[in-house]
Design a binder for this molecule. Structure first.
Ligand SMILES: O=P(O)(O)O[C@@H]1C[C@H](O)[C@@H](CO)O1
Ligand SMILES: Nc1nc2[nH]cnc2c(=O)[nH]1
Length: 265
């Protein structure tokens, strides 16, 4: 009988421990498209290894997702940063999407920071705006959970962690993140639908990882970087290069913000 996803996450955590010599990580971050350079500001990188060398991880499938995991020493805390993620649209199923979070929890992390690149729907957002995720709308119609695991999602994105982030920058916007299956971007009609549903941001990741983190009892902080205005709300067409370029431009600002928030967690 093949090992279940949580057993594989335990194996990945054990492999991580033996590779880094770190017994437990305090906090884990997932760096979305364009966020990897921000990780350089999180503290002294001590270990870095390809995630594909750990059980259950797949090689990177998307430009801007390096497929490495970095162990960072931040004062007296051990921070784990996944420089990239696996997306649902890569077609490997939900367990592959949330394996990073399950491995981080198995390695001791009880705080998970999920970052992503997103399209801006809220008219007050401009490209380069970091937005705290207050809640999400899961339009993927998928869940990483199977069976009668009725996980409460009332406070998926920790109010305590959001308050900490707002202490760092009281001007931070907060918004609702809608996750679409992708990999295609949205039609203008879909963006109008999401806006009518109350979404401020639209992306293709994060929500399944957040659900898996909540099932595991970890606190979640979610942050989007608005890398483009969502389809149809402004003239320009959308492409991944634009997303990555916006991430590079904002890396210093969002990296410093993230470092200041992580230091308070
Ligand atoms: O990993 P994230 O959600 O940041 O990646 C975003 C969503 C798509 O995967 C890609 C589109 O450009 O960037
Ligand atoms: N679904 C979706 N994901 C994104 N990631 C970055 N920009 C976008 C966008 O406009 N739509």
């Amino acid at each position: 009988m093949t090992a279940g996803p949580k057993a594989i996450a335990e194996q990945a955590a054990d492999a991580l421990r033996s590779r880094t010599g770190v017994d437990a990580y305090d906090i884990a971050l997932v760096m979305g498209s364009g966020w990897a350079p921000a990780a350089d500001l999180l503290g002294e990188g001590r270990d870095e290894l390809p995630t594909a060398e750990l059980p259950g991880f797949l090689p990177p499938g998307v430009e801007g997702h390096s497929g490495t995991v970095r162990g960072i020493v931040d004062g007296d805390r051990n921070v784990l940063a996944f420089l990239g993620r696996t997306h649902l649209y890569e077609g490997h199923g939900t367990d592959s999407v949330v394996h990073n979070v399950r491995t981080a929890v198995a390695a001791g992390a009880r705080t998970i920071v999920l970052t992503n690149a997103a399209g801006g729907i809220n008219a007050t957002y401009t490209v380069g705006t970091p937005v705290l995720i207050a809640d999400h709308i899961n339009m993927t119609a998928r869940s990483p959970l199977v069976g009668a695991t009725f996980v409460d999602l009332t406070e998926t994105y920790s109010a305590e962690l959001r308050a900490l982030a707002l202490e760092v920058d009281p001007s931070l916007a907060e918004g609702v993140y809608a996750a679409m299956p992708g990999p295609h971007f949205e039609t203008p009609a879909e963006i109008r639908m999401l806006r009518a549903m109350g979404a401020d941001l639209v992306g293709m990741s994060t929500v399944l990882e957040a659900i898996a983190a909540r099932e595991a009892g970890a606190r979640v902080l979610g942050m989007s970087l608005v890398t483009n205005i969502a389809a149809g709300l402004e003239g320009a067409n959308l492409d991944h290069e634009e997303v990555l370029a916006a991430g590079r431009d904002a890396a210093e600002t969002v990296g410093r913000l993230l470092a200041d928030i992580v230091a308070r967690v």
